[in-house]
Design a protein around this ligand. Sequence first.
Ligand code: FAD
Length: 355
Amino acid sequence: MYKNHIATETIIVGAGFAGLSTAYHLAKKGIKSIVLEKEKLPGTHASGRNAGLLLQKAERNEVEELLTESRLFYETIASAIDFRQVGSVIATNEIEERPNISRHLYTPEKVISLYPFIDKKFLTNLTFIYTPSDGVIDSGTLLEFYRRNFLELGGKLELYKKVVEITYNNGWNVVTDKKQSFQAPLLVNAAGAWANEIASLIPIPPLKIKPFKRHLFILKGISVSNNAPFFWNFSTNYYFRDESGDLLFSMCDEELTNNLDETPSEHIENKLSEFIEKELPTLSSSLLKKSWACYRTKSPDNNFVIGWDNYQKEFFWVAALGGHGMGASFAIGKLAAEAIKTYSSPSPFTPSRLR
Ligand SMILES: Cc1cc2nc3c(=O)[nH]c(=O)nc-3n(C[C@H](O)[C@H](O)[C@H](O)COP(=O)(O)OP(=O)(O)OC[C@H]3O[C@@H](n4cnc5c(N)ncnc54)[C@H](O)[C@@H]3O)c2cc1C
């Protein structure tokens, strides 16, 4: 038998940005929830291992709108979440209109003055867009903001509780590996890279979303000013920013793996050396201080999944947040909570498009 039974209005699986922001916004609307997290701490996976960039540029306009809505909120609590609005510089071949965001063009000389280790010959035929309202956020602090406010509003967070069994019979019964069971009329799937694994427990058909492994590196012996904008080269796909006097670097790698193992992949250091040799040779002498990996879960149309399942009633998805789940988290949770309260599915994000 199960140890105890706990009832609430909403059960949320996953204490990353998807789960905790949704829980926070539901609590603000007076809807009670319990968040179940399999790890000892919230943000153990993508939400605690990302690059912390708020970049208001995405593959989809709808995602860009959520990023800007979130940014406007973060500006109101900037010091509480350590939001350093240093801006971004994007190197690109394409310029599209962004009427709602102030942006300026930088010259190659200005770019070199900010990042002297980039050789000018790698910047030919590119345009440089400086967006002052972008910036860097401390992911852990932002996640803690949602967690603390959710708990203060009466929410419950159950850590070290892996969901292993789910049944629906005029309401959900969710059982954890600790043999505890939780009941609620609504269930929210905010399990990140494991979202389809949660769907398989019901069972319902998976969505066409996939987790891709990506690495981050800390390079020692090279730095940019901590007030310098972060830099993203969209043409050759890499980005970097200051990390306490070192350089946080990504070569925007994407790997489909058989399991969701977050240890750095074999030969990744060789791939990094080859990449740097080719794109940023001046950095070849820098030392690799640290590397890690996590998963970006993406849909084929690069849009988020926020909405009710079309097979299983009372089952809501907040998933496939790709590379924007931290930056857009405030507006993602707000939209999810509103859709849950009103029983609607925001149309560009509906799960049914992915079956
Ligand atoms: C290398 C890298 C860099 C990134 N950089 C940025 C960036 O600069 N800016 C940005 O906005 N975004 C960035 N992202 C993306 C961002 O990190 C993600 O979009 C976001 O963290 C996803 O949040 P999530 O809550 O959906 O997933 P997660 O953070 O993975 O949370 C899901 C949670 O569900 C839990 N869970 C899973 N299964 C179960 C179960 N059975 N029972 C209980 N709990 C379960 C997991 O333990 C996990 O804690 C980056 C991602 C990567 C990989």
